[in-house]
Each structure stands twice: as C-alpha cells, then as structure tokens.
Design a protein around this ligand. Structure first.
Ligand SMILES: Nc1ncnc2c1ncn2[C@@H]1O[C@H](COP(=O)(O)OP(=O)(O)OP(=O)(O)O)[C@@H](O)[C@H]1O
Length: 289
C-alpha cells in the first residue's frame, strides 16, 4: 500500500505535482522563484535557478535533491536571506524573505564552530547576539546539549570533539535559536556511515520532540528516503525547475534501521534513483551508478 501511494505521486506529471494543494499551514512557500549570479568581471548574468514552485508544510521534513550544480545550495542561501532572488514569491512562515532572517537556522556540511569558544558558548552564540538574558541562555543551551547528547562535553573545545560530536554541537547551536525553519545543506555527508545513521536518528527524534520543520539538501538517495516525508527533485542546471515531487509515505517516529526493513523502502529508493538518473546527461546515465 505504501509504495502504491508513492507511485501515484511519482508518476503524476510535473505540472500536476507542482500545483497539488498542500494540506495544513505552510512553513515555506516557493512560487516561481528564480535566482542568478551577476559576474562583474564578465559583465554577465548566470541563471542558476529558473523557476521553483513548491511548499514545505509545517512539521514536515522535505529533502531537496537533484543533479550536481542544479542550484540546491543556491536556493537554500536565498531562503535564509543570504542571497537575493530575481523574481517570484518566497515566504517563510507567511512573511516574504527580504534579507537575513533570525528565524531560519542553517546547518552546513562543515560544522564551522568557533574554535576559541567552548561547546556551550558556541551553542549559545546566537542567543548572546540577540541579547538574551544570561540565565535564559544557560537554561536553553543546557536543554539543547541534553537533547543532542553532549551535556558532558559542554566545557570542551571543538578540537576535542569527533566529527560527529561537532556536527551535534552545530545542530544544537541551530536549534538553540528556536527556528521556524531549519535548513540543512548535506549535514551528514562528511561523516562515516555509522555516525551518519546515529545523527539521522537524532534528527528524527528531535523532530518528533520539537515539531521542527526541516528543508534538507542531500546528494544521497537513501538518506532522502530514510529521513524525508517528501522529496522535491530539481532538474539539471543551469536554469533548474522542479522536476517532480515524491511523497515518502513510510510513517513518522521511525528509526533509519526500522525504515530500511520496511517493504516500501527499497522501491522508493529505486524510484527516486530512477528519477535522478533520467536527469543525467545521456553518456553518464548509461554508465550506471
Ligand atoms: N557565488 C557564485 N557565483 C557564481 N556562480 C555560482 C556561485 N555559487 C554557485 N554558482 C553556480 O550556480 C550553480 C548552482 O550551484 P549550487 O552550488 O547551488 O548547486 P548545487 O545543486 O548545490 O551543487 P552540488 O550538488 O554540486 O552541491 C552552479 O553552476 C555554480 O557554479
């Protein structure tokens, strides 16, 4: 039954998928958004993203996937207001993105913790910047470190942590700001498979606890299916569009290992992989992956 639902979503035409009404409130609304880069040196404009239209419902995890260079990271930068967009409507929690936003937190592949600050002072950095009272910072940081399992390492410096622990601290720092939308750009891709699984489970658990809405860029087809409720597939760049939206109806509150053992998991991975393969240039698609 699960895979039947998924097939329905994935075999609909792109237009049907894009215009399908989303149920419930939306944390991110994207309508005809185009983003480009202007090169002053060459005096030319490069259209990275032509027109993206999709929604991220409240309390969902949406994976953004697509061929390399199709503009996934570019789009993420526009959502958090670090990069302007040329046209379209981009709304976070109902308000238009016009510049950097404090209500969106970003977790990048590299943790980028400040080496001179302890873990707890890294996690509390955003709160300090906002002038949050010290006692509140202490409470909130303590709670976040507890949530990601780093309470015992509060006084450590980043270089004293493993890569996985650094990424946990990074996640805690992002969550401490109490974002309406968490943006993640290949957050686990630099980690070994076991650590990646552990952190994926942490993310799923935190999501259930906090009802956090997440938009995650990933290259990994299996990661997208393991974590997401929905995958938005972008076409090949430059000038990408939304190629299709695929539902992942595998249920909430699952661990990655439980999901791998569900009968619907394998077919969904194959389906998403096929969609991506179809977007590759002819010679690399025939080479297999
Ligand atoms: N600062 C920049 N100036 C000019 N062009 C850029 C800049 N950053 C990215 N681009 C170009 O925009 C396009 C989209 O890049 P982007 O990094 O967003 O793609 P991506 O889908 O995240 O790629 P990947 O999957 O390889 O990480 C690429 O052609 C890239 O070369």
């Amino acid at each position: 039954m699960d895979s039947e639902l998924a097939v329905t979503a994935a075999t609909a035409t792109p237009t049907q998928q894009r215009t399908a009404p989303a149920a419930g409130p939306l944390k991110l609304e994207v309508e005809d958004v185009g983003i480009g880069y202007f090169s002053q040196r060459h005096g030319s404009f490069f259209e990275a993203v032509r027109s993206l239209t999709f929604n991220v419902p409240d309390d969902s995890l949406v994976a953004l996937v697509g061929p390399t260079g199709c503009g996934k990271s570019t789009f993420l930068r526009s959502v958090c207001g670090l990069l302007g967009y040329q046209h379209g409507r981009l709304l976070v929690d109902g308000s238009a993105v016009t510049g950097p936003r404090a209500d969106c937190s970003v977790v990048f592949q590299s943790p980028a913790l400040m080496p001179w600050r302890t873990v707890e002072r890294n996690v509390g950095y955003g709160l300090e910047l906002r002038g949050t009272p010290k006692a509140e910072v202490r409470d909130r940081v303590g709670h976040m470190l507890d949530m990601v399992g780093l309470s015992k390492f509060a006084e450590h410096y980043p270089h004293q942590l493993s890569g996985g622990m650094q990424q946990r601290a990074n996640l805690a720092r992002a969550l401490a700001n109490d974002p309406v939308l968490l943006l993640m750009d290949e957050p686990f891709s630099a980690l070994d498979p076991q650590t990646r699984d552990r952190l994926s489970d942490e993310l799923l658990r935190i999501r259930e606890l906090t009802k956090l809405t997440v938009l995650m860029v990933t290259h990994q087809v299996d990661e997208a299916v393991l974590l997401a409720d929905q995958c938005v597939v972008l076409s090949r760049g430059p000038g990408s569009v939304v190629e299709g939206v695929m539902d992942i109806p595998l249920g909430r509150g699952r661990t990655v290992d439980e999901t791998r053992h569900q009968s619907g998991y394998g077919p969904l991975v194959r389906q998403l992989r096929d969609m991506l393969r179809a977007l590759e240039p002819a010679e690399s698609a025939s080479g297999g992956r």
